[in-house]
Design a binder for this molecule. Structure first.
Ligand code: RP5
Length: 166
């Protein structure tokens, strides 16, 4: 039973979205990762949302480029939180997808993260924070992951201070 659904609009989006899956795996969060498109497969998108919601999915993550309507369409089909990852997939460098994803009309929020891989990772971290609100064990894993990040920066700082002798 997946806790999080990850949709991307095309197979060509895979490299930018894979880091989202890596973070969910690291945190032990169950997911369903697939391709569906707001424009090319509108029926499949709605059916997936209904089926995954019925299976207990609590957060939807949607990644798309160009006129990125996937997250908005999903936000119209569910009351679960929707996180949108805009992708740089056109000559406009992702500004098209960013505006399409972030500029939702009132009542249909899409929590929009950064473009591409950095946004993919943060989509997973944000989904984890949402799920951790009522999952104590996940909250502990999140706290441990944050401690690890802190320790890693402190190690890098010690290395750089040693290297430059200050
Ligand atoms: C969007 O159009 C997809 O999310 C992708 O980023 C972009 C281009 O798709 P392809 O033509 O590469 O399939 O719907």
């Amino acid at each position: 039973m997946p806790q999080v659904a990850i949709f991307m609009g095309s197979a060509s989006d895979e490299a930018a979205v894979a880091p989202c899956v890596d973070v969910l795996k690291r945190l032990g969060i169950r997911y369903h990762f697939t391709i569906t498109s707001a424009h090319r497969t509108p029926g499949r998108t709605r059916e997936l949302v209904s089926a995954l919601e019925a299976d207990g999915c609590r957060v939807f993550i949607c990644a798309a480029g160009m006129a990125a309507h996937l997250a908005g369409v999903v936000a119209a089909a569910t009351l679960c939180p929707v996180i949108g990852i805009p992708l740089a997939a056109s000559p406009l460098g992702g500004l098209d997808a960013l505006l399409s994803t972030v500029q939702m009309p009132p009542g249909f929020p899409v929590a929009t993260v950064a473009l591409d891989a950095a946004g993919s990772r943060n989509a997973a971290w944000l989904a984890a924070r949402i799920l951790a609100l009522d999952d104590f064990e996940l909250a502990e894993r999140l706290a441990k992951a944050r401690d690890d990040m802190r320790a890693s920066v402190e190690r890098a700082a010690a290395d750089i201070e040693l290297k430059y002798g200050n």
